[in-house]
Design a protein around this ligand. Structure first.
Ligand code: CU
Length: 658
């Protein structure tokens, strides 16, 4: 499973003997795989990638030095997983300095959900180490983020699967407690009865606090009822249990102090329901631990770190399948969740922390929510005052769903790019458009960027240490339909605003896929959840378990890599430190602090690459200056990369910034 230079060989020059051994080992494997293509369960990949001679060509050094190269990781069967979510973590546990936490939960598989089969693995792609991690809840479609201490917060997930064609009428109910003397707990399955005798039962246990009595200064006593929302299903199948209008329901076991206010009970599509469970993946123990639950259940929420380390948690479907307009804060120091401002965003909204301390909503999202401009238009949102200033004019504004957004490197330039996307829901519309907005400009406006290779939903974007952005994967149609997975891979250069070709990917990656830069400078791609596996959309497809590694061109230059020999592990914004480093070939040209990757559902809102000014002091000593802005450098662990004048990056040193 060793596949490329690992962390124990930090000054390994690209093209060295050891590196070349593994390189040719894998190339040989890939060629064998290519020869076996006719019999293996590998989708046809078209003229670009097929063919024996093509395989020879794309693994020649000159080709690789220009385009990079891909290899497949060999993951043993018991560790293969529906890689819905993944996040990179740094641990002091030996062997896990640069790990990937890959979370499936139930993995978009109702049978796994029904059986309570929830899964997670941790993987170190550089060593091949892999472990199953016990997963106590359904993390499928949670939000996740690296906290300032390096632990991973995972918030929300799935409480119940959607039902596209229900046979039991169902809907949301608000259960009201008017009893000022006590809270009440209703077990799952508690029956309420409509005025016309339709029986419905609660899908979850719920506890409603006691009502509050309030006596004013003039002696007037008022009672404030307490209430909780819960999903209810009809007890009897079919049309007879449809209740067309909202109604007041009574408990079947008589209790005058508690009643239900039911919405219409219908046989329409029932959405996924979210959970308010929240967990930490503790990077010291490599285990999950339960923490305080959120105030609101969330399925498809976005978690964005602010400059003070607080986490703004937005959107997601709640416990009755509606998009939350209530947002909330997580305080990593106290572990408390507190309600934030009300603002409606579609699910998984791409909300980035700007240098001004506000949040940029680029318009990227992953579905659910009204298709109206008030919900979909990009803009700057101030989560403290709840002011929202629209930034209109993005090209193809109706195709932001399933688009990707990335804060282009270096983060100081405050240029945000939106790539691809498609129409709302299962639409055949998709776009190759890219658009960029520069928030450093006094009057920020969307500018059209170069088009992608083809119209693409779910493009994977990964920032590289040399400031290129790898753009790969995705599909032209909704969830890879019509056999539309894209193998095109490009490197986007923000300094010239152009795409250049890179080696085509070897695996189709569409819905539920992603890519992450590792500390050794390679990129890992994972996931893919196509609906069908053939052009006529008749063969249902299973989740793609393959995990690939992309080695960018800079690993094939044949020149020596820079190496960071010593740098303080703990650093603070606005302070200067001494770093010892060697440039490899040439001299050191740039230093970048890069957040570990944490993408889900196309976008990684916390991903950023920050330029670190430096001055050579003489010999191997450099003075480096961490920028003086927590909104630019939010607290947490970063990978520090040095890149030389040949565009070759070092292996990263993990550093902790406060
Ligand atoms: Cu999803």
């Amino acid at each position: 499973m060793d596949i490329h230079p690992d962390e124990s060989a930090p000054s390994e020059p690209a093209g060295s003997k050891n590196n070349r051994f593994w390189h040719w080992f894998w190339i040989t494997m890939v060629i064998i795989a290519g020869i076996c293509l006719a019999t293996a369960n590998v989708p046809a990949v078209g003229a670009e990638v097929g063919g024996f001679w093509h395989n020879i060509k794309i693994h020649q050094l000159a080709y690789e030095a220009k385009n990079g190269d891909w290899v497949k990781l060999d993951i043993p069967g018991q560790y293969q997983i529906n890689a819905i979510h993944a996040t990179e973590f740094h641990s002091t546990v030996p062997g896990w300095s640069d790990g990937l936490l890959i979370m499936a939960g139930s993995g978009n598989n109702q049978t796994f959900f029904n059986n309570g089969t929830f899964r997670t693995i941790i993987l170190n792609p550089a060593t091949g180490a892999v472990k199953n991690i016990p997963t106590p809840w359904d993390a499928f479609c949670a939000g996740h983020i690296q906290l300032p201490d390096g632990n991973i917060l995972i918030a929300g997930g799935t409480a119940r699967y959607e039902d596209l064609d229900p046979v039991y009428a169902a809907g949301a109910m608000t259960v009201v407690n008017t009893d000022t003397t006590r809270s009440i707990t209703l077990p799952r399955g508690t029956i309420f009865v409509s005025p016309k005798g339709v029986e419905v039962k609660t899908a979850f246990e719920l506890t409603i606090p006691a009502a509050r009595a309030h006596t004013s200064a003039t002696g007037v006593r008022t009672i404030v009822n307490s209430q909780q929302d819960v999903w209810v299903d009809a007890v009897a199948r079919g049309n007879g249990s449809v209740v067309a209008n909202p109604a007041r329901y009574n408990l079947q076991i008589p209790n005058n102090l508690v009643y239900g206010l039911g919405t219409a009970m219908t046989l329409q599509k029932q959405n996924f329901l979210g959970t308010n469970d929240a967990y930490i993946f503790n990077v010291s123990t490599l285990k999950y631990q339960k923490i305080n639950s959120m105030n609101y259940a969330r399925w498809y929420p976005t978690l964005t770190e602010m400059g003070n380390g607080m986490v703004m948690t937005t959107s997601g479907l709640n416990n009755v399948g509606q998009v939350n307009t209530a947002n909330e804060w997580f305080n990593p120091q106290t572990g408390a969740w507190t309600t934030g401002p009300q603002h409606g965003f579609p699910t998984y909204p791409a909300l980035f922390l700007t240098m001004g301390g506000q949040l940029l909503y680029t318009g990227s999202n992953a579905g659910y929510g009204p298709a109206t401009p008030a919900w979909r238009e990009p803009g700057i949102w101030n989560p403290y005052t709840n002011k929202f200033k629209a930034l209109p004019g993005i090209p193809d504004p109706n195709m932001l769903e399933t688009s990707a957004s990335v804060l282009l490197p270096p983060a100081q330039a405050q240029r945000y790019m939106v790539l691809g996307g498609g129409g709302v829901g299962q639409s055949n519309l998709s776009t190759a458009r890219t658009a960029i907005i520069n928030l450093n400009s006094p009057d920020p406006k969307w500018m059209q960027g170069p088009n992608m290779a083809e119209p693409t939903r779910y493009p994977i974007t990964v920032i590289l240490p040399n400031d290129d952005v790898l753009v790969t994967g995705g599909s032209t149609y909704y969830r890879g339909m019509h056999n539309s997975d894209n193998r095109d891979t490009r490197l986007y250069d923000p300094s010239t605003n152009t795409f250049s070709w890179a080696a085509s990917s070897i695996t189709g990656r569409d819905y539920h896929s992603g890519g992450i830069l590792m500390a050794n400078g390679t990129v890992v791609t994972f996931g893919g959840n196509p609906l069908f596996g053939d052009p006529s959309d008749s063969t249902p497809q299973t989740f793609n378990h393959e995990i690939d590694v992309y080695m960018p061109p800079y690993l094939f230059t044949g020149t020596a890599r820079p190496a960071i020999k010593a740098v303080p592990t703990e650093m603070r914004v606005g302070h200067s430190y001494t770093m010892l480093a060697t440039p490899g070939t040439g001299s050191i040209k740039s230093l970048r602090l890069m957040k570990p990757g944490n993408p889900t559902h196309v976008t990684d809102v916390n991903l950023r690459s920050i330029a670190v000014p430096f001055k050579r002091l003489g010999g191997t000593a450099y003075k480096i200056a961490i920028p003086n802005s927590s909104n630019l450098v939010p607290p947490g662990w970063y990978m520090l990369f040095a890149t030389n004048t040949h565009g070759v990056p070092s292996i990263a040193s993990w550093v902790h910034i406060q």
